[in-house]
Write a protein that binds this ligand. Structure first.
Ligand code: UDP
Ligand code: MG
Length: 307
């Protein structure tokens, strides 16, 4: 069969006008040198700069460079899914536009795919340059996610090669808030890991604000587990035991005629229980909001242009 070994290189790009051309040249050169049939699929995640113009002009000159343009910024996860949907290759690899995922690794990953592996995961050897708090929060997030998914996610990244079969499974999932990094491991298949060193960003700066990262973490934890909701039940039980003890105590005080002294306890209990109730309501509300999001069944992304 012709073209039965083409790889689609999916590159989510958000405000990366400085990098598009260089990235596509570097990747193309590596693929050509190694005789790997490929297409590059830039997914412009609603960039506000000249990213789409760059992609358009590249795709005019190169028949194996394609692009999709979102109608607005939908986030990297959506960009990855759009990439998989429009990819024509027999396997795909997702990589960052900033070359922090070294493209030379794709060759190694591709060879493993040729040997029959269906998921090739590139795992971080180190986490590159990150500030103290960021590192701490990221570690905490990955610890929680690893526990929830039963997969070691400490060094996971989005830099993965997937066989067409796996792409189709992921695309057919009805989930709207899908966490690519975890789901692509969760689906199983014949998997192998290769280590890679996170490179420095080529140009520009990280497109993630702290706020966006926190939002991303909470969303992914709750989409993988309802454990936070169970915490509510546990808190409820603990509160019940405490109130039992305090209840007996105040009855004894009442019987012995010392009832007035207990005001402090009442106030403390009042404050404590109402704060717990508020937290619980918040968590439940969050899940309801998620159910609401899922039930609306809105598309993960909207493509406004193609090339
Ligand atoms: N990205 C995207 N949409 C976004 C944010 C980022 O498609 O809303 C892309 C970005 O262009 C890059 C990749 O995701 O190709 C990784 O982003 P970045 O380098 O900013 O993240 P970091 O490496 O700091 O985690
Ligand atoms: Mg980066």
């Amino acid at each position: 069969m012709e073209n039965s070994n083409k790889i689609s290189i999916i590159i989510p790009s958000y405000n990366e006008e400085q990098l598009i051309r260089n990235t596509s040249e570097v990747v193309s050169e590596i693929m050509n040198q190694n005789n790997i049939p490929f297409e590059i699929l830039f997914v412009d995640d609603g960039s506000k700069d000249g990213t789409w113009k760059q992609i358009l002009s590249l795709s005019k000159d190169n028949s194996n460079i394609h692009g999709i343009h979102f109608s607005r910024n939908f986030g990297k996860e959506s960009a990855i899914y759009a990439g998989m949907q429009y990819a024509k290759g027999d396997c795909c690899v997702v990589m960052d536009c900033d070359l922090q995922h070294p493209p030379i690794k794709i060759v190694e990953m591709y060879r493993l795919w040729e040997q029959g592996y269906e998921v090739v995961e590139a795992v971080k050897e180190d986490r590159g340059e990150e500030s103290g708090i960021h590192r701490f929060m990221a570690n905490l997030f990955y610890k929680i996610i690893s526990k929830l998914t039963d997969i070691d996610m400490m060094n996971a990244s989005d830099f993965k090669l997937l066989d067409r079969k796996v792409m189709l499974v992921l695309l057919n999932m009805k989930e709207r808030n899908s966490f690519f990094r975890a789901l692509s491991s969760w689906v199983g298949f014949k998997t192998i890991q290769v280590p890679f060193r996170v490179a420095e960003r080529e140009a520009g700066e990280s497109k993630w604000s702290t706020k966006a990262l926190v939002k991303y973490a909470i969303l992914n934890i709750t989409s993988f587990s309802s454990a936070p909701m169970q915490i509510v039940t546990i808190c409820g039980f603990i509160m019940l035991i405490i109130s039992f003890v305090f209840g007996i105590n105040s009855i004894i005080q009442y019987v012995t005629g010392k009832a007035l002294g207990g005001f402090t306890t009442v106030i403390l209990l009042q404050l404590f229980s109402s704060s717990i109730i508020m937290i619980c309501l918040g968590i439940i509300g969050y899940y309801i909001a998620q159910i609401y999001e899922e039930i609306k069944g809105r598309p993960k992304f909207i493509v406004s242009e193609k090339c």
